[in-house]
Design a protein around this ligand. Structure first.
Ligand code: MSP
Length: 509
């Protein structure tokens, strides 16, 4: 059985979860569920990033200890994964002992391999990004310097341990050229390569001016840089340092899904740390884009943070999941707007998908006592629809294998559209009066195609797919691509269908 390890970034515990967190969670869940349908052995990890100056500052503002803050906020992230129906196998917190031990072992390994040395850091730091910047990367406005993210930077001078990143330039470039699929989308991979080609500075990997973090072994004055700490979560969850553990052996290296803002950490620093510790780098890093809210950058100061729970309570979970990944090509930036969400629900889900299901299932329920007799006397038009479903399924898999979720969705909706055209043309309601045997074959064909659609939509809208498969009396404990081609050779009983996707007519503004 092929194994597949997928991770979300771990989320900073300095505030409540927002749309960006929900986006990465759902993306990973879709991809994890997709690989499970392929009968792969999937491990899906998410969690919280609890150390660092940013979290310490948030705790100070609330006049509580960082531990208390992270205990409270981490719960919100855990609840969000449940609320989003994520199928994650583990939820890691960087304040857990298993993680601290794993970070210490990584650190010691880097020391042992002579990859870390003690010196002094003088330069710019952005607390919001938890990142060091070269002056040439900064934007100067009214004599104040800002990071490319717009966050203020501060000048720091302190003793620091450094990781010898500069010496990994050629090794990284060689790794990239041997692994042309390491970073996706390709435009982002090109940015990463040109950043590395431009030369790398050694990276400061410890801080002394605050306390909230994992201590450097044998030097109480220093805490480990929050990114070196955080990235290691991907291995801690696989029981590192026990590289003989089943989890590590089965699942490492894995696939990281991250936002574009944190690609450099995952595609440059992380593989360099791992190679320097004689460990295999990750298999792939996919960087997604950012959402704006009704055309505006999402930010606390603008007060336009989107609460995913509120949206889901109003519009439905699977509708929300579908919207995020049909609206914007995965990898690109996009906009979140309620109008676009309602349009997607009304047009794609209600008019196209829901209507196909409703007209076929209700017809069978109301006119055939819910029963269709097994019949395989298919004509050319039936076979054409079956063949299209197989071709579209292949295209869907090609897209989903590359995490191109939006393209995968387009292939499903092409099949929905072909099935709707087929219903119109075959008109079972007319056949009922003139040729019931043909009507039966048409309905049998349609139910088979709807089953295939339900299987393909399962990773994106698992609850709706299950509901639909239950109308068709299918076993929902064994949803798998192995059932895609198998045509049911028994009579089909349809349960009473209710509309899968209620419309939002009254709410359109
Ligand atoms: N803690 C680090 C990650 C460490 S991984 C070893 C971090 N955390 S975060 O909470 O700030 O961000 C988590 C994810 O949310 C990032 O992938 C980021 O790109 C994503 N998003 C934050 N705002 C976003 C949007 N407006 N739109 C889409 N995703 C965005 O970074």
């Amino acid at each position: 059985m092929k194994s597949y390890y997928i991770t979300t970034p771990i989320y900073y515990c300095n505030d409540k979860p927002h749309l960006g967190h929900a986006y990465t969670n759902v993306a990973c869940d879709i991809i994890a569920r997709y690989h499970k349908l392929k009968n792969e052995d999937v491990y899906f990890l998410t969690g919280t990033d609890e150390h660092g100056q940013k979290v310490e500052q948030a705790a100070k503002l609330r006049k509580i200890s960082p531990k208390k803050l992270t205990d409270e906020l981490s719960k919100n992230f855990l609840e969000l994964t449940k609320f989003l129906n994520c199928s994650n196998d583990d939820f890691i917190r960087t304040t857990e002992i298993r993680h601290k031990e794993s970070v210490h072992i990584l650190w010691n390994k880097l020391i042992e391999n002579d990859e870390i040395y003690l010196d002094k850091y003088k330069g710019w730091y952005s607390i919001r990004d938890e990142a060091f910047f070269d002056e040439k990367e900064l934007i100067k406005k009214d004599s104040v310097f800002y990071a490319p993210s717009g966050a203020k930077v501060e000048w720091i001078e302190e003793e620091s341990y450094f990781f010898k990143l500069s010496k990994w330039k050629d090794k990284l470039l060689e790794f990239y050229s041997n692994n042309p699929d390491f970073v996706a989308p390709i435009t982002r991979f090109n940015e990463v390569k040109s950043f590395v080609k431009g030369g790398l500075n050694d990276l400061s990997v410890s801080r002394t001016t605050f306390k909230w973090g994992i201590g450097v072994p044998n030097n109480d004055n220093h805490i480990i840089y929050v990114w070196l700490d955080a990235l290691q979560n991907y291995l801690s969850a696989l029981k590192f340092p026990d590289t003989n553990s089943l989890l590590y052996k089965k699942y490492w290296p894995g696939v990281h899904i991250v936002g574009k803002d944190i690609l450099r950490f995952h595609s440059v620093y992380w593989p360099a740390f791992l190679m320097a510790a004689n460990l295999p780098p990750p298999k792939r890093v996919f960087a997604h884009g950012w959402f704006t809210n009704e055309g505006n950058k999402i930010s606390k100061s603008l007060g336009n943070i989107i609460d995913p729970i509120k949206i889901i309570n109003e519009y439905g979970l699977d509708e929300f999941r579908y919207f995020l990944f049909s609206q914007v090509p995965f990898g690109d930036d996009g906009d979140f707007s309620l109008k676009a969400l309602k349009n997607r629900i009304n047009n794609d889900l209600s008019n196209d998908y829901g209507n196909l299901v409703q007209r076929v299932c209700s017809f069978i329920y109301n006119n055939c006592e819910g029963k269709i007799i097994y019949d395989d006397s298919y004509n050319e038009e039936d076979n054409n629809l079956f063949n299209s479903s197989i071709n579209l399924f292949e295209s869907y898999k090609k897209s989903m294998d590359k995490e191109e979720i939006d393209k995968g969705i387009k292939h499903i909706f092409k099949l929905i559209s072909l099935a709707n055209i087929y219903v119109d043309k075959q008109a079972p309601w007319k056949l009922k009066k003139i040729n019931t045997q043909r009507m039966n074959t048409v309905l049998f064909t349609l139910i088979e195609i709807i089953k295939r659609i339900a299987i393909m939509t399962y990773p994106i809208m698992p609850n709706k797919s299950k509901k639909l498969l239950l109308y068709l009396n299918q076993n929902i404990d064994e949803i798998s691509f192995s059932n895609f081609h198998s045509i049911n050779q028994n009579n089909i009983i349809i349960n009473k269908p209710e509309p899968l996707f209620p419309k939002y007519e009254d709410k359109i503004d």
